[in-house]
Design a protein around this ligand. Sequence first.
Ligand SMILES: Cc1cc2nc3c(=O)[nH]c(=O)nc-3n(C[C@H](O)[C@H](O)[C@H](O)COP(=O)(O)OP(=O)(O)OC[C@H]3O[C@@H](n4cnc5c(N)ncnc54)[C@H](O)[C@@H]3O)c2cc1C
Length: 389
Amino acid sequence: MTFTAEQLEIRALARDFAQTEIAPHAEAWDAAGKIPDDLFLRMAELGFLGMLVPERYGGLDLDVATYLLVLEEIARADASVALTVAIHSGPVPGILLAHGSESQKEGWLPRLASGEIIGAFALTEPGAGSDAAAIACVARRAGAGWALDGEKSWVTNGARAGLVMTFARTSPEGVGCFLAEPSQEGYHIVRSVTTMGHRASETVDVALRGLEVGDESLIGDPQRAFTYALEGLVLGRAGIAAQALGIAQASLDHATRYSLEREQFGRPLSDFGATQAKLANMAARISAVRSTIQEVGRRLDRERRGDRDTGTGADALVARAAGAKLLASETAMYAADEAVQIFGGYGYMRDYPVERLMRDAKGTEIFEGTSEIMRVVIAREIIKAAREA
Ligand SMILES: Cc1cc2nc3c(=O)[nH]c(=O)nc-3n(C[C@H](O)[C@H](O)[C@H](O)COP(=O)(O)OP(=O)(O)OC[C@H]3O[C@@H](n4cnc5c(N)ncnc54)[C@H](O)[C@@H]3O)c2cc1C
């Protein structure tokens, strides 16, 4: 896989930043269930909160493939920080850019890119997870605007977000996308959720009780936002794939170092063929997944430049993004499991980082669509293409 000089430079910057300013604190932030405010200021300074935002709105305007490399490096240091950045940087500005009005873009994108506010994405509800089309949250016409009522589950970044892209039913068939501000009356954080992994990413449950928003807070067509959410999830899933890859790489990094240090039977673990096979299997899968993710990134870049993607069946972009997430998250789980095994009993202890990596890896098989749903998406494209052939 070849990278441009610019990509290598940005990746080196991200790696240096993540390894020096994030990795040493990952355990403490996981235990505290919070990322410190200072880190957001630092990421904003480096431009990492506006990676895909065009320069005219104050962003870095990176290509998607480079953005995915940065996310991988951040996740390699701390998956919670990477999840936070992925939600803030992927579907939220992505949907605004694709379907927002010029005044919405001018009003929100510079604030998101500068880190003045953090973005969140609220689609899931207690009764609507994989079947996101079943959302029951409603938006009713109220005077010149809308009133939103309903429940939203597990909103990542929810505790610190200044903007929550909220999906609500505007008619029995239609869904609208609303720019909700948690400071508004009617927006209630019901509870902070205690999660197995990604504990620092501040996940909350939300209740909307007559939350009033004007038409200026509605993105695009009030009936068509479910399509916007699905489009946003293509980039979102590529982001989660990169995040999962970072967890897999971190698992390999820790396992390799430990295998050189730990001695049994008078030899380092790295001398044993069983250990070597584990490291080799992890490395081979990681490298294949990285190529797959980069290919999805490049295709998303071509689309952003206006070239319509013509892939069909298993090669359709939506299927390739789902495939990248599926492979990356299963590789993260595999690599974290092998790393825990190489650490032996120490791997099972909270004192060592591989325990956190295993908890974090599991989340990537669930959020932004479970592994089962990724298979449903891929199979649907294969079958559709075969029917049309
Ligand atoms: C830590 C965390 C953070 C999250 N952050 C956000 C966020 O910021 N915003 C947001 O909107 N959502 C968020 N989510 C929600 C997430 O996207 C959902 O959890 C996910 O889509 C699955 O929905 P569910 O949990 O309700 O599972 P369900 O849909 O109830 O699924 C349960 C099981 O059934 C399987 N299943 C369901 N339907 C099918 C089918 N048709 N075929 C085969 N198997 C099926 C699933 O794969 C799964 O194994 C977050 C979740 C977590 C855990």
